[in-house]
Design a protein around this ligand. Structure first.
Ligand code: GDP
Ligand code: IMO
Ligand code: MG
Length: 428
């Protein structure tokens, strides 16, 4: 049995795309378990950059099966657009991509709600991607959502859309003063994608069960990160799904007893996009330097990412919460030109030092991080492929992170390209 979950350990954008693409070499199936096209997973090889939003990051390896699980919310237009981009890039999807017939669909009114709530004075701004993720998961939990399997029955699809439409139209008009386009045109738009969906739909729980029974190697691809998890993150400044490893069970229908590896992906510093507390954020020069060196601009929305020092409280929380037993450390090269580096080991607040992640955002917003200082290395690590070749101070920094985390590094990434990686072990 070889089922591994790959999970982001911070606020997303840790470099999951690159790491999953590398790990996929040894896997048979790569399956996305949560989120939607709010995700942006970047893969770079042969000098070309590809950004995936919904399709699993194993798709560039021929003969690997890619699954979009029931836990994902699927925007039909975004998916079809991404499929076309991949086809244009010469990637064959036929027989290799399977979309769960239990996944919920994102409809145009979900995006409208998302954007209207963000600008409304009645709600706190989250800084969402505006993709309709939250409102779509809200309908799923309220049991009014439309699922991909509804495409199989045109009348049922029309009926479900009609009932939802009436409610959404009224609220959007009365509360936000927003007019929705008419229901028939929305239905017509939805139907444009029907043939594509019917061609790729499947019972992905059964498919994965069979693959596991045949001793195939499965990679469960997380989106977002632990601190954006709706239950365990910095609520309400989170996404609306379980990004942490538990989401792989519910989001793919894989029982917990069959998952035997969890890989965490973590950056050598910290970033976050959107609003919400971020104890180690650097608002001045060092933050801007991290952003410039790390090209920290959102893969989905292009927004500048907020940047700060490595936060070991966040990291340890991620290790424990997800059950992480090996880690991929990314973007170490971004720290190449700093004289000193700081690592946060606790949060000081009202005379106490917190070493566990507090639920209360007051602590995170107003605490003073407790830092340990490290000497920088002022030397390029870009593209280094062997640990021995790293500068001594980089080795010291990496060893210190490993000790703080209490889990070993499987890989250290020294650049965006596939080959710019130090491999320290095998996953399977
Ligand atoms: P994901 O959402 O976790 O897949 O991460 P993103 O793709 O949104 O953001 C990570 C960014 O960092 C992408 O632009 C990657 O190409 C880039 N990247 C990944 N690993 C490294 C690395 O080790 N060094 C540098 N400089 N860039 C990296
Ligand atoms: P990947 O998979 C970074 C953030 C948004 C916002 C919050 C809620 O590329 O790591 P949403 O649109 O999900 O309702 O927005 O979550 N967010 C991400 N930040 N990487 C992501 O995905 C993200 N997906 C959502 O910026 O703060
Ligand atoms: Mg991303």
């Amino acid at each position: 049995m070889s089922v591994a979950v790959v999970v982001g350990m911070q606020w997303g954008d840790e470099g999951k795309g690159k790491i999953i693409d590398l790990l996929a070499e040894d896997a048979d199936v790569i399956a996305r378990y949560a989120g939607g096209h709010n995700a942006g997973h970047t893969i770079v090889f042969d000098g070309n950059q590809h950004i995936l939003h919904l399709i699993p990051s194993g798709i560039f390896h021929k003969n690997k099966l890619c699954v979009i699980g029931n836990g994902v919310v699927v925007d039909p237009s975004a998916l079809v657009h991404e499929m076309k981009q991949l086809k244009d890039a010469g990637v064959d999807l036929e027989g290799r991509l399977v979309i769960s017939d239990r996944a919920n669909i994102i409809l145009p009114y979900h995006g409208t709600f998302d954007k209207e709530r963000e600008i409304s004075r009645d709600f706190e701004k989250i800084g969402t991607t505006g993709r309709g993720i939250g409102p779509s998961y809200a309908d799923k939990i309220a049991r009014t959502g439309i699922r991909t399997c509804d495409y199989r029955d045109e009348d049922r699809l029309r009926q479900k859309l009609k009932s939802n439409y009436r409610e959404k139209k009224t609220i959007l008009k009365d509360f936000y003063g927003h007019d929705l386009p008419d229901c028939d045109s929305m239905f017509g738009q939805l139907m444009e994608y029907r043939d594509t969906f019917l061609n790729f739909l499947g019972d992905t729980h059964v498919l994965l069960r069979d693959q596991i029974a045949q001793n195939k190697k499965i990679l469960c691809e997380g989106a977002q990160g632990t601190m954006l998890d709706v239950d365990h993150g910095t609520y309400p400044f989170v996404t609306s799904s379980n990004a942490s490893s538990g989401g792989a069970c519910t989001g793919l229908g894989i029982p917990p007893t069959q998952i035997n590896r969890v890989v965490g992906v973590i950056k050598a510093y910290t970033t976050r996009v959107g609003e919400g507390p971020f104890p180690t954020e650097l608002k001045g020069g060092s933050g801007e330097k991290l952003r410039a060196e790390g090209q920290e601009f959102g893969s989905t929305t292009g927004r500048p990412r907020r940047c700060g020092w490595f936060d070991a409280v966040v990291a340890r929380y991620g290790v424990c919460l997800n059950g992480i037993n090996s880690i991929a450390l990314t973007k170490i090269d971004v720290l190449d030109r700093f004289d000193t580096l700081q690592v946060c080991t606790g949060y000081k607040y009202k005379g106490a030092v917190y070493e566990e992640m507090p639920a209360d955002l007051n602590v995170l917003e107003n605490c003073e991080p407790v830092y340990t200082e490290f000497q920088g290395w002022n030397q390029s690590t870009v593209g280094i492929e062997s640990f021995d070749q790293l500068p001594e101070n980089a080795k010291r920094y990496i060893d210190a992170l490993e000790n703080l985390l209490g889990a070993g590094f499987l890989m250290i990434s020294t650049g965006p390209e596939r080959c710019q990686t130090i491999r320290l072990g095998d996953l399977f």
